[in-house]
Design a protein around this ligand. Structure first.
Ligand code: PEP
Ligand code: CO
Length: 432
């Protein structure tokens, strides 16, 4: 937790945040939970993606719309591969706080506290930028509300209408190496929709909008707590800062504050896990966080890295089955495939990302389990942060449009290419 220099100011801000309306509602949260429960049973597939670290500066219409577009496009491709409904969840409207591997950062001999996300301090490299400022929580809440308002307007207003996938086209789709495959999927879905509507002799309203949910790492407990409420007609507490908060890999200690907080909320929650999580610890954690084994409550987001996934995943699948726990398994192929280039940029090799996905599908399939979701760091813009992909980005290209403030994201083309691969893998393995 950040140490704020002025605790009265912190209390005042948390008080104000507590009095403001929630960002999401318990109705939506419960609807998502039941969809995740179906995904755990193999009847749906979860697509979760967005920035590693959202910035306040990127709360702009084009950035938000492009992110929504790429997630809609990916989900369309996945629907065609999975032949089941896809749940769309953005790392968006609140992904503003970051755990960092080191407390300090040194540049040209000067050492300052690390940047911890726009919710906590500022990216600039001056001493005053790095002082935690509680006011930023209010700014974050407002940015989240603006983002969400725009997304809701687009989705409700017809932007996400399956009859008009051309609305989601990005300018560079036409030049993308995946353009032909994407168009083929769009045509196939349009034909099926047309066929269905001809049979039913009318337009199917259900296809005029899609559900879109928000998620972020529930790292900053002051922010989460201020949005956590009891609502009329329901039991328990809801964290209404996002539909689907998750516990990060660094804050999942059994006796830590984050687990204690998450234990008390009714939302569906994600838990990030790596190779340090053993079978016994996992069961203990599940008993704390989901004592009634409620379906849809827990999504396990494994992020092992391509070399480790086959080593660690089987014993967890095994123990979850043996103890009859209901979980949704989701693969994050980004976080354990990070490397640093000679010039000090963090990057990820696209081949390793795809390879971890493929290994994860294989392992689940071999063990009679179902990989029911994927978790990405991506953007709808044309950045150069990850190496590889159909356009063959190299280390030298990275500096062209390296915009992330924390982890490297898949760009638009790499994201679409990934969805096409997953869609193939699902036809091969993902029959739940
Ligand atoms: C993240 O999702 O950006 C993150 C910090 O992940 P993890 O907790 O898996 O390291
Ligand atoms: Co990240």
């Amino acid at each position: 937790m950040p140490e704020y220099p002025d605790s009265n100011e912190l209390d005042r801000i948390v008080g104000e945040l507590t009095s403001l309306p929630p960002l999401v509602t318990s109705w939506e949260v419960e609807a998502l939970k039941s969809q995740l429960a179906e995904a755990a049973l193999g009847k749906r597939f979860l697509l979760q993606g967005g920035d590693c670290s959202e910035s306040f500066h990127d709360c702009r219409p084009s950035v938000i719309a492009n992110k929504l577009k790429i997630l809609l496009q990916m989900s369309l491709v996945l629907v065609s591969g999975a032949r089941k409904p896809v749940i769309r969840v953005g790392r968006i409207a609140g992904q503003y706080a970051k755990p960092r591997s080191s407390y300090n950062e040194t540049i040209d001999g000067q050492t300052l506290p690390s940047y911890r996300g726009d919710l906590i301090n500022r990216f600039g490299f001056a001493a005053e930028d790095r002082i935690p400022n509680p006011e930023l929580m209010l700014r974050g809440y407002e940015r989240a509300a603006l983002t969400l308002n725009f997304i809701r307007g687009l989705v409700e207003g017809g932007f996400a209408d399956l009859h008009h996938p051309e609305y989601w086209d990005l300018d560079f789709v036409a030049h993308s190496p995946q353009a032909a495959e994407y168009r083929r999927v769009v045509e196939m879905i349009s034909d099926s929709l047309q066929f269905l509507e001809n049979m039913l002799e009318g337009k199917v309203d259900e296809f005029e909008r899609v559900d879109f949910y928000t998620s972020h790492e529930g790292l900053h407990l002051f922010y989460e707590q201020a949005q956590t409420r009891i609502v009329p007609h329901r039991e328990g507490w809801y964290d209404l800062a996002a539909h689907f908060p998750w516990i990060g890999n660094r804050t999942r200690d059994l006796d830590g504050a984050h687990v204690e907080f998450f234990r008390g909320i009714a939302n569906p929650i994600g838990i990030k896990i790596d190779g340090t999580m053993g079978p016994e610890e996992l069961i203990e954690l599940l008993e704390i966080l989901n004592p009634n084994n409620e379906p849809g409550r827990i999504t396990l987001i494994h992020r092992y890295g391509v070399d480790q996934v086959a080593l660690h995943l089987p014993s967890l699948i095994e123990v979850v089955r043996k103890k009859q726990k209901v979980v949704l398994w989701c693969c994050d192929p980004m976080h354990a495939n990070t490397e640093t280039t000679g010039s000090g940029l963090k990057t990820r090799d696209f081949r390793r990302i795809l390879a971890e996905l493929e290994r994860a599908f294989e392992v689940h399939h071999e063990m009679g389990s179902y990989l029911g979701g994927v978790h990405f760091e991506l953007t709808g813009d044309n950045v150069t942060e990850c190496i590889g992909g159909a356009r063959g980005l190299t280390e030298r290209d990275l500096s062209k449009a390296y915009l992330t403030q924390v982890d490297p994201r898949l760009n638009y083309e790499q994201s679409l290419e990934t969805a096409i691969l997953i869609s193939t893998l699902m036809r091969k393995y993902g029959d739940g």
